[in-house]
Design a protein around this ligand. Structure first.
Ligand code: IMP
Length: 450
């Protein structure tokens, strides 16, 4: 059986805590898209581990796979593995041979493109994490990418570098006007240096037996009756197809990505559970519209600051403060439809405790029409006016006690809020996050038992 965990909003919904919790019941945990732009914190035995690439289950001894849909920076991967080993763990991480490699020039290009967009004052910079994600997926689609398998074959690697690198040099020099002879980033565009470095990386991957035919491996595990958890990174509204283009990441965090990005068939993935992770309010890192953003006046900004502080809303990867807004149900409806949620987990319910007022957006008004979902273009979404429903607030509660006693121990207004959300998107609540600790979760349904 499979369980696919998907971010319902803009990333940072607290997926890690649920992946971590239900990952304990899985035999294999698979990332199917994205790369080290993701970030999650796992707390095990009182120790905190900050990971961006290693699937979180690997901290607890579950096999972690980076699927073919991922873009892998092997240096980040090795740093995380070495760090875990230094701390006494022995993570078992395998990488799909079909996964694409983030090369040093991809990171440089990611930075340059954002700088150029920021300089032209058009406000079209995406606010990327700078990890080279977009340029790597561009090369994948452009059929000039380097894959993990290529690192295992030095002659093939050289041939591919000799094709791709001169194009990248021309791009930075002729289009962006950089003089690489005078630039400390020149090594990222040097075929010989890259070949040497990445051949060594390939040797380490081979020596440690880390590469895998992902589709073949997962199908065998699935046929043997093993439980497979797909760990989505980022979120629905930054999905390159279904998100708020162009303020998106370059992969498919939505559930369909799990099949494409791993090679396990859609019927197998679709036969399993798909759980959308929802933050009880909204946060966004980077640019793009946010109709319910709390930034209208000083009072709203103070409320946003309060929620930001209480919810620890600062990027795990970049440390940037996140923008804050009220829960947006049109966004959730879109997410539930695109991924076919069988359940949702609503996180950060504790953060909303003690507010003077609580609102949720149930629809948008646009040019005299009422919309129940997100329009297809950023320009139209930006012009949407939220239609709000005001809900009862609840007082702060003892999260540990609630987690222990269960759903009925939640304040009544908090339960009403959760039931309202479930009703609006016609999807049951499987779990409620009431605190940052993995234990601070009220579980109504374990999807692996469904
Ligand atoms: P990229 O994925 O680094 O190319 O960034 C593209 C957009 O996705 C930017 O707005 C990022 O802030 C956003 N993004 C990427 N990864 C995450 C994440 O894990 N959480 C939230 N936002 C993300």
């Amino acid at each position: 059986m499979t369980l696919t965990i998907v971010g319902s909003q803009l990333g940072d919904e607290g997926k890690g805590a649920l992946v971590d919790r239900w990952g304990g019941d899985a035999d294999v945990v698979v990332r199917y898209q994205g790369g080290d732009n993701a970030g999650h914190t796992v707390v095990e035995g009182g120790t905190e581990y900050k990971l961006s690439l290693v699937p979180s289950g690997a901290v607890r001894g579950t096999v972690g796979i980076l699927g073919n849909g991922c873009v892998v920076n092997p240096k980040t991967l090795f740093t995380e593995i070495d760090d875990l080993r230094e701390r006494g763990l022995d993570p078992d991480v395998r990488v799909a041979r079909r996964a694409h490699v983030i090369m040093p020039y991809h990171r440089v290009l990611d930075g340059i493109e954002e700088e150029v967009k920021a300089d032209d004052d058009a406000g079209d910079e995406v606010g990327t994490t700078g990890r080279g994600i977009g340029p790597t997926y561009e090369d994948k689609a452009g059929r000039r990418g380097i894959r993990i398998a290529d690192l295992l074959a030095p002659d093939v690697l050289r041939e591919k570098l000799e094709y791709a690198v001169p194009q990248k040099r021309a791009l930075v020099e002729d289009v962006y006007g950089l003089d690489l002879a005078e630039d400390d980033r020149a090594e990222a565009f040097d075929v010989d240096a890259l070949h040497e470095e990445f051949t060594r990386i390939g040797e380490r991957l081979a020596d440690e037996g880390m590469t895998v035919n992902c589709s073949d491996y997962l199908n065998r595990r699935s046929d043997a009756g093993d439980r497979i958890l797909f760990e989505g990174a980022q979120g629905t509204h930054i999905d390159v197809d279904h998100g708020n283009y162009p303020f998106v990441t370059s992969s498919n965090p939505t559930a369909g990505g799990a099949a494409v990005g791993s090679g396990l068939g859609v019927t197998t993935v679709g036969d399993g559970e798909v759980v959308g992770i929802v933050k009880a309010y909204l946060s966004r890192v980077g640019s793009g519209p946010l109709p319910t953003e709390l930034d209208g006046d000083a009072e709203e900004e103070a409320l946003a600051d309060d929620i930001r502080e209480k919810g620890g809303e600062f990027g795990t990867v970049t440390g940037r403060p996140r923008r804050i807004g009220w829960l947006d149900l049109p966004m959730l409806r879109h997410a539930a439809r695109v991924s076919g949620f069988t359940g949702v987990a609503v996180n950060h319910v504790d953060v909303l405790a003690g507010l003077d007022e609580l609102k949720a957006c149930t629809a948008y008004e646009l040019d005299g029409d009422e919309l129940d979902t997100v329009p297809t273009t950023t320009e139209r979404w930006e012009r949407c006016e939220p239609v709000y429903e005001t809900l009862d607030t609840w007082e702060p509660f003892d999260s540990a006690a609630v987690a222990e006693e269960g759903y009925d121990a939640l304040p009544e207004a908090a339960r009403e809020y959760l039931e309202f959300v479930a009703d609006e998107i016609d999807t049951p609540v499987y779990a409620v996050g009431v605190g940052p600790d993995r234990e601070e979760t009220v579980e109504l349904t374990n999807p692996f038992d469904e």
